[in-house]
Design a protein around this ligand. Structure first.
Ligand code: PAF
Length: 282
């Protein structure tokens, strides 16, 4: 497995693979890899000749008040995991290698004014910019993203289509702990008491899955899920929203395919979870 820290090195390696006609799968990550990332890398391994994992804690997707400084890091452990799964290249640039001030951004207004986009106004601009750069640097045929960040996945699919990137964006299922908590690098912030409280998000997802039905009022669905979250004293709900699966805009009635997503603070840790619902065909 090779490790590239400069854009030039990563381009050199991936361009050589392309010239040989090999397919490339990219798994973009911010490091501190867990089983969720492992499932993406494993799928990329199965579906491509070459696998690139980017490990880059992207500063421009964090607001100054957010957790960039305390975000967990362990590059040696990340490399070990990538090597075990069979990645061919880890791309691990410095922020200074990726961004020269002032630099251009890729922005998408569509799909990013609700949920996490509303709560974190610069977040998706930073995500779209770094993902575009990673696509241009590594030229993947396939890219893999977790369904846990469902709004991110929808936004990346949209800009790839709108800006004609030649890459297939693949969404992969949420990987959970045995008690249902979605795997996340941010779970490491939780104290033992908070960790015990955190599966309440999954219980709310389960309640939502049980009760959702065609033509149900979204407000009723959201209220019942919020009631589950309210049973946990350590949980502070930021939003629970049913949105159109493609536009990410709130729906009043469950009359189409929807994403039902939530953000909840457990202590100072902001956790997200969601499920997708496909309207049964008549
Ligand atoms: O989902 C993430 O870890 C990040 O948002 C991504 C896609 C790697 C961009 O920095």
């Amino acid at each position: 497995m090779q490790i590239a820290t400069t854009v030039a090195e990563a381009k050199h390696i991936t361009r050589a693979w392309k010239r040989e006609g090999q397919t490339i799968g990219l798994v973009p990550t911010m490091g501190y890899l867990h089983e969720g990332h492992a499932s993406l890398i494993e799928r990329a391994r199965r579906e491509n000749d070459r696998v690139v994992v980017s490990v880059f804690l992207n500063p421009i997707q964090f607001a100054p008040t957010e957790d960039l400084d305390r975000y967990p890091r362990d590059f040696d452990r990340d490399c070990k995991l990538c090597e075990e799964i069979g990645a061919d290249l880890v791309f691990h640039p410095d922020p200074a290698e990726m961004y020269h001030d002032p630099h251009a951004y890729v922005n998408i207004d569509l799909l990013s004014d609700t949920m996490d986009g509303a709560a974190r106004p610069i977040h998706f601009k930073g995500v779209c910019t770094v993902v575009s750069k990673l696509f241009n640097i590594t030229q993947p045929d396939n890219a893999y993203f977790g369904q846990k960040d469902a709004q991110q996945l929808a936004i990346v699919k949209k800009f790839v289509e709108d800006l004609n990137f030649d890459v297939k964006v693949n969404g992969c299922p949420i990987v959970r702990e045995p008690d249902g908590l979605a795997k996340s690098s941010r779970n490491t912030y939780l104290s033992p008491e908070e960790r015990a409280a955190a599966p309440v998000l999954f219980r709310a997802v389960q309640r939502g899955r049980e009760i959702i039905a065609p033509n149900m009022k979204a407000s009723e669905l959201e209220a019942q899920m919020k009631a589950v979250l309210a049973e946990e004293p350590l949980a502070d709900t930021e939003y629970v929203t049913a949105v159109d699966a493609l536009t990410m805009q709130p729906v009043e009635t469950i009359d189409r395919n929807v994403l039902v997503a939530m953000a909840v603070r457990i202590g100072t840790t902001r956790l997200i979870d969601n499920f997708s619902y496909e309207l049964p065909r008549a």
